[in-house]
Design a protein around this ligand. Structure first.
Ligand SMILES: [Fe+2]
Ligand SMILES: [Fe+2]
Length: 422
């Protein structure tokens, strides 16, 4: 179809090239579907012409025509309930609501199965018991004693810290663990990398994505497997890992728009971002029961109550645990900051995870226990350099990948054990 002036654009048209504003800011990717809303916002961005194609690579939907008004009404009330009945307060959240409502309408229409609820039994605070005083160091120590990693984990961790270790050495180490190699090969062949030819050996995967990136993925996969061997009395681990995978995939797509060299870091950071919450639930369930009840009553994210009760949040706890386990600092810091990416730290990868965290909740992709998700602030949103219209294409791209990566973690190793079930 070629290049059209903005007055000739119609909703339902598909972009044939990335769309960038005159000031250089990325607006929408090639393949995105134009809606009446984002055509209007193109005028605000000062865009005069747009390259559109005459065929689409994925179904191009204009929400208003697709679903009945009763389905849209139900979808709206589902999304409003997720955010405690509070309407969106900025443009980024308006877009989150809009896309989440469309996804809820699609899910209702297709009778899609929902991930299970997070709590497996009623989780009520015991009456009157005094709150124990808790130091973060105690929880870190308790967890580090609790979890045991396979040998290969420590060897990969050592190799990652040694400037002398080569890609070949890392590939050899990983190849010795067949279950780990199988999961990593599935990841290398997944939509994350979109490699056209099949990657059939760890050596090839290492050459393709780099020794450091492969090592980071290997540490992440080992950590997930070690966590899965621990039964949790209160929580449904399927719901937890579904949330973690959704945040990993969404975060990785958001960050790849700006910097494709950090996708493994953001992906593994996403997979492990809420392990601190799991540790809190496991070691101090009665305190967490009170925290959850308070968050539900006050309609605030659980992370805020954690800070009030403990003086630290699950991000800080998780980051400290990862550091103690020998994860690279850049990864433990990312987990540590995922609820505080702004301020002095200004961490772009943590901002990507923070936006992904809210999006995953809005899309009802599992849970890590917070009754209400945090809203995306203007400051955090601006750090990601995304235009509000980009949420639409991020979610469309993520939809299939979340299921693919989740089933890979859930079903995936050679010895028949499931990786995402406890
Ligand atoms: Fe979190
Ligand atoms: Fe989360």
């Amino acid at each position: 179809m070629g290049t059209l002036s903005i007055t000739q654009l119609k909703s339902g048209m598909v972009l044939s090239a990335d769309l960038v504003a005159p000031n250089g800011r990325f607006i929408l990717p090639k393949g995105a579907c134009l809606t009446s809303r984002n055509i209007m916002s193109l005028k605000i961005w000062g865009v005069a012409e747009v390259a559109v194609s005459d065929r689409s690579d994925f179904p191009c939907e204009e929400d208003d025509f697709l679903y009945s008004s009763s389905v849209m009404e139900e979808a709206r009330s589902i999304v409003l309930r997720i955010f405690g009945g509070i309407p969106p307060e900025n443009r980024a959240m308006e877009e989150v609501y809009r896309v989440a409502i469309r996804e809820a309408a699609r899910s209702l229409t297709e009778n899609e199965a929902r991930p299970p609820v997070f709590f497996t039994q009623e989780f009520t605070p015991p009456p009157g018991a005094p709150l124990p005083k808790l130091a973060m160091e105690e929880l870190v120590g308790a967890e580090v004693r609790f979890v045991s990693f396979p040998d290969v984990y420590f060897r990969i961790s050592e190799a990652l810290q040694s400037p002398k270790s080569s890609i070949t050495h890392v590939a050899e180490l990983i190849s010795k663990d067949t279950a780990l190699s199988a999961t990593l090969l599935k990841l290398a062949n997944s939509a994350i990398y979109g490699v056209p030819a099949k990657v059939d050996s760890i050596q090839r995967a290492a050459a393709l994505i780099g020794g450091k990136a492969l090592s980071i993925l290997a540490l992440g996969v080992s950590a997930v497997k070690s966590f899965n061997s621990i039964p949790s009395e209160w929580v449904n681990m399927e719901s937890f890992w579904r949330h973690s995978v959704a945040v990993a995939v969404l975060g990785q797509i958001i960050s790849s728009r700006k910097n494709s060299r950090i996708i493994e870091k953001v992906f593994v950071g996403g997979i492990l971002h809420d392990i601190g919450r799991l540790v809190m639930l496991r070691h101090v369930p009665s305190v967490m029961a009170r925290a959850i009840a308070a968050a539900a009553e006050r309609k605030v994210p659980l992370v805020e109550i954690e800070r009030e009760l403990f003086g630290f949040d699950h991000g800080e706890l998780g980051g400290n645990i990862l550091e103690r386990w020998g994860f690279p600092r850049e990864l433990s810091d990312l987990v540590l900051l995922h609820h505080a990416p702004a301020g002095e730290t200004h961490s772009f990868p943590a901002a990507a995870l923070s936006v992904a965290d809210t999006l995953a909740a809005a899309l009802r992709q599992g849970s890590s226990g917070s009754p209400y998700p945090p809203a995306i602030s203007d400051e955090v949103w601006n750090m990601t350099d995304l235009s509000p219209g980009a949420i639409d294409s991020v979610v469309r791209q993520a939809r299939r990948q979340i299921s693919e990566i989740y089933s890979l973690f859930k079903g995936g190793d050679d010895d028949g054990k499931t990786a995402a079930h406890s």
